[in-house]
Design a protein around this ligand. Structure first.
Ligand code: SAM
Length: 294
């Protein structure tokens, strides 16, 4: 039995119900087979349950982070959109405690080192135990895991260090709030190498139009180019999430991240293709207009 979060039950009549003030009047529901873990970590409420049709599921502060059934769309796109948009040797992942983005990043043989800064070690441990196919790259010799705040890490890092930064964060409430601030992006730009690319969890176009336009137009102004790419994830609110992508000036080649620079050869992939890469940047008219408005 999962204890209530802020007085509201997380599971009612055998269903996990994702009610949240971030998406008023709507709620995704998954049928629960068994609660595997429920604890308060230092930073958040962590629930892991086995579902009837979506495999094991991780929930943080009442919000679905990953299900085994559809995780590949988000992990592959958030990782491979930036990885195929540059020539990455040094990578930084912020967040992504389930290890899914990391699993995708280490598929690129050109990568020499990945620094991974996740605030909550309990999420990593839970993923290793209950979602081992997602967390399978956690002990990879190219990876250095630092348990700490990604905002402070970026603030304290030297300039021109990373070819790619991937921010796989939860929503902009709780520990992830400052990952959606301009101050964070100023530092992210500073620690990227010239021509380097950042790709961040960029929220949902049906729910967060205002935040997306702030990210692309305001935070994006620190970069040579800033864009939004769309990803289908059936178990995220409204079935969609975005990748906010930006490139630091000074590199060689195409500035936009729309067209992959390499083909995914000999990689085992279930969602990402070069065609999906380019197509992800095609946006509905209302969002395109909003992002083009000055
Ligand atoms: N894409 C998922 C979503 O939107 O539902 C996010 C999945 S991933 C599990 C989010 C991770 O970000 C969590 O493991 C959380 O602990 C981590 N996180 C949140 N704030 C952070 C911060 N300030 N620094 C580093 N990691 C952070």
């Amino acid at each position: 039995m999962a204890e209530p979060l802020n007085g509201a039950p997380l599971i009612e009549n055998g269903w996990f119900l994702e009610k949240n003030s971030q998406w008023p009047g709507q709620a995704n529901a998954l049928q629960v087979k068994e609660v595997l873990l429920h604890k308060k970590t230092k930073y958040q409420d962590l629930l892991v349950f086995a579902s009837t049709n979506h495999g094991n599921v991780i929930v943080l502060d009442g919000v679905i982070q990953i299900t085994e059934r559809d995780e590949m769309s988000y992990q592959e796109m958030l990782a491979h959109l930036p990885m195929f948009s540059c020539d990455p040797k040094q990578g930084l992942i912020i967040g992504g405690g389930d290890g899914g983005v990391l699993r995708e990043v280490v598929k690129h043989s050109c990568v020499e080192k990945v620094t991974w800064c996740e605030i909550d070690g309990d999420v990593v441990e839970a993923a290793k135990r209950f979602l081992p196919s997602v967390a399978k790259a956690v002990g990879d010799p190219k990876v250095e895991l630092l348990v700490g705040d990604g905002v402070a890490f970026a603030e304290n890092s030297k300039e021109n260090c990373y070819d790619v930064i991937i921010v796989d964060s939860s929503d902009p409430v709780g520990p992830a709030e400052k990952l959606f601030s301009k101050a964070f992006y100023v530092n992210a730009e500073r620690i990227l190498k010239p021509g380097g690319v950042i790709c961040s969890q960029g929220e949902c176009l049906w729910l967060n139009e205002e935040l997306i336009s702030i990210m692309v137009q305001d935070y994006g102004a620190c970069f040579a180019c800033a864009e939004y790419a769309s990803i289908q994830v059936p178990t995220y609110p409204s079935g969609q999430i975005g990748a906010f992508m930006a490139r630091k000036s000074g590199g060689k080649g195409e500035i936009s991240c729309r067209w992959p620079r390499r083909e995914p050869q000999e990689m085992e992939l279930r969602y990402y293709t070069s065609e999906m890469h380019a197509a992800a940047f095609a946006l509905p008219a209302f969002l395109q207009r909003r992002l083009e408005a000055t």
